[in-house]
Write a protein that binds this ligand. Structure first.
Ligand SMILES: Cc1cc2nc3c(=O)[nH]c(=O)nc-3n(C[C@H](O)[C@H](O)[C@H](O)COP(=O)(O)OP(=O)(O)OC[C@H]3O[C@@H](n4cnc5c(N)ncnc54)[C@H](O)[C@@H]3O)c2cc1C
Length: 324
């Protein structure tokens, strides 16, 4: 028999956004169910040091922080499900969602917090050196490279912004791009080219990230010239891959309004999506900030928006019953 779960508040995703929505939702009496997906705890579970999440004087570990958030959500009454949603029907309330084993979930409101994954190059050394010199987030990790030689890979707005951001920590920043011109906005390019501490290596693609062995971590990036095919080695201690993010929204295509980059479109200043009763929070609706604390903040907003939506819907229902 197919298992079925019904709740006032169904949450997809167990990163900082989903868990913050769960904490607020549970405390507002909405008995949330959190479907955790393939990465329980979200993206912070694949990093080590987190130094910018407020409330901790010492450096904390990403997996530990997410374990604490999960425990906190459970402590106030949220229910965690080991499942991944593969099908959605948002045409009527309660919304109907189906997990990959066939379990059916009904939610009076739905909070989507499925995140956005950084795109990687898929070259040797990249995965192995993650957190040991290779990163996809300068805002998150730039601080750890103070005074070091760092390199950004990419040619769009994110890559240029990351290179400019890294000049706060390093006076030796290199941008590597596989073409001979950047896609980034002109104004960003002007700031980049005018910066005395940034140099650009054109027509270079990454062949591999080089591990120095022992505790050294990343020591260089092996490059191939995209025009001549010539190989070279670029010494660096930090490699920031900035080739874009992919929001986890394939599931919602045709069901919800997405923006031109595939992120869930929300009303400005709220988490309301194009379907009343469906709310989105965290990286899946935010392509600008993409931080744990902003994800948690919008998770809180989603729970408050959801609670107000349900209160209004309940009030309307009562009024109709009295009038009938
Ligand atoms: C290596 C690394 C280091 C970082 N370091 C920092 C840092 O130091 N400080 C900082 O503030 N930020 C950091 N970030 C960014 C931060 O992790 C993200 O901004 C934050 O995790 C976004 O939270 P989120 O809840 O929106 O999404 P995520 O954390 O991405 O969580 C998404 C959740 O959705 C679930 N999901 C996806 N699809 C489905 C589905 N179909 N059904 C059910 N569930 C689904 C996943 O399993 C996951 O639980 C880092 C990111 C990375 C990759």
């Amino acid at each position: 028999m197919t298992a079925t779960h019904s709740t006032r508040m169904l949450i997809l995703g167990s990163g900082p956004a989903g868990l913050s929505a769960a904490i607020y939702g549970a405390r507002a009496g909405m008995a949330p169910i959190v479907v955790q997906g393939l990465q329980p705890g979200g993206q912070l579970t694949i990093t080590t040091d987190v130094e910018n999440y407020p409330g901790f004087a010492d450096v904390i570990q990403g997996p530990w922080l997410m374990e604490q958030m999960t425990k906190q959500a459970e402590h106030v009454g949220a229910q965690m499900m080991w499942d991944t949603i593969v099908e959605v029907d948002l045409t009527q309330r309660p919304f109907r969602l189906v997990g990959d084993g066939g379990t059916v979930y009904y939610g009076d409101v739905l909070v989507i917090a499925t995140g956005a994954q950084a795109k990687w190059l898929g070259v040797p050394g990249e995965q192995e050196l993650g957190g040991k010199g290779v990163s996809a987030c300068a805002t998150c990790d730039g601080f750890f490279y103070r005074g070091k030689k760092v390199t950004v890979i990419g040619g769009g707005n994110t890559a240029v912004e990351e290179a400019l951001y890294l000049t706060n920590h390093s006076d030796d920043v290199t941008l590597i791009h596989r073409r001979d011109s950047l896609r980034a906005e002109k104004i960003l390019q002007e700031r980049l080219f005018a910066h005395p501490n940034i140099k650009v290596l054109w027509n270079q693609k990454v062949d591999s990230f080089v591990d120095g062995g022992g505790t050294a971590g990343l020591v260089a990036i092996d490059l191939i010239d995209t025009v001549t095919g010539e190989k070279s080695r670029h010494e660096t201690e930090g490699g920031f891959v900035a080739i874009g993010h992919a929001p986890a929204t394939a599931l919602f295509q045709g069901h919800l309004k997405l923006d031109e980059d595939g992120y869930i479109a929300v009303e400005t200043g709220s988490t309301r999506t194009s379907v009343p009763g469906v709310f989105a929070c965290g990286d899946v609706m935010d392509k600008v900030y993409r931080q744990a604390v902003t994800a948690a903040g919008t998770g809180c907003m989603a729970a408050l928006d959801a609670e107000r939506f349900l209160a209004e819907a309940d009030f309307e229902k009562k009024r109709e019953t009295v009038a009938a």
